[in-house]
Design a protein around this ligand. Structure first.
Ligand code: XBP
Ligand code: MG
Length: 237
């Protein structure tokens, strides 16, 4: 099967970004004097809610009445978090996950378009592309569907449907690459074939329905080169 487009999730798929997000959330909370701190086990749980603003809202539901923020305040807090995330990425040290660069190159070689379908916001996609390639996201990807461009985030299919609409292609001609259960469900619900390479925070999730589940996307290349997809190498719950 020759795929007409490769659609990539961002966080956890292109790069291990969630630690950067977690630090940015915590720095924003500290600046605002909220007394909140998301450690790694808590963040793993909180990642079940996709989207930063939605994650803050889900977290504060467990907090006392005096700690509740209005939607406007959550929006402002999240804008500061986005600025801090860009600062963290600009300090360097982040690289693509293994196999991503080769997969993108093989896709290009085969004439496929490259697209993004992510829950994170457009400024964060730009920050990552600047950090990794020193280029604008639109110079690296043909189509970018991100964050609040849809009202329902993953696992709803909306962000993948938006990417497909912008590509002008049916789901049957495209393949998606994901790291999370919510992302997999989103892409499947949009009708896509999905390869999963679980990331640091998603390793224990359920990836039933993926065409392949592999440690890294180095093996995702096989989906492009006509080879057999490898059997799952990661734990499925
Ligand atoms: C992962 C997410 C994001 C990030 C934070 O998105 O759920 O919410 O954790 O990003 P994906 P924002 O894997 O689909 O890229 O704070 O910008 O929402
Ligand atoms: Mg992800």
């Amino acid at each position: 099967m020759e795929w007409k487009a490769l659609i990539f999730d961002v966080d956890g798929t292109l790069a291990e970004t969630e630690e950067g997000h977690r630090q940015a959330f915590n720095q924003a909370f500290a600046e605002w004097g909220l007394g909140w701190h998301w450690d790694e086990p808590l963040y793993k749980k909180l990642l079940e809610t996709t989207g930063g603003k939605e994650r803050i809202r889900a977290f504060q539901q467990q907090r006392p009445a005096e700690e509740q923020l209005s939607d406007d305040r959550i929006g402002a807090l999240h804008r500061r978090k986005t600025e801090l995330y860009a600062e963290i990425l600009s300090s360097g040290g982040l690289s693509l996950r293994p196999g991503v660069e080769a997969l993108m190159a093989e896709g290009r070689l085969q004439g496929a378009k490259l697209a993004i379908a992510t829950t994170t916001s457009l400024p964060n996609v730009e920050a990552l592309c600047h950090c990794i390639w020193g280029r604008r996201a639109s110079d690296v990807f043909d189509v970018i569907a991100a964050g609040d461009q849809v009202s329902r985030k993953k696992p709803a299919p909306d962000i993948y449907l938006l990417a497909l609409d912008r590509l002008g292609l049916p789901a049957s001609e495209c393949i998606a690459f994901e790291d999370s259960e919510a992302g997999l469900q989103s892409a499947l619900a949009a009708g896509l074939t999905v390869c999963v390479a679980p990331a640091r925070y998603t390793i224990d999730q359920d990836f039933a329905g993926a065409v392949s589940v592999t440690d890294t996307l180095e093996h995702g290349l096989q989906a492009l080169t006509g080879g057999q997809t490898r059997p799952p190498t990661c734990k499925q719950s």
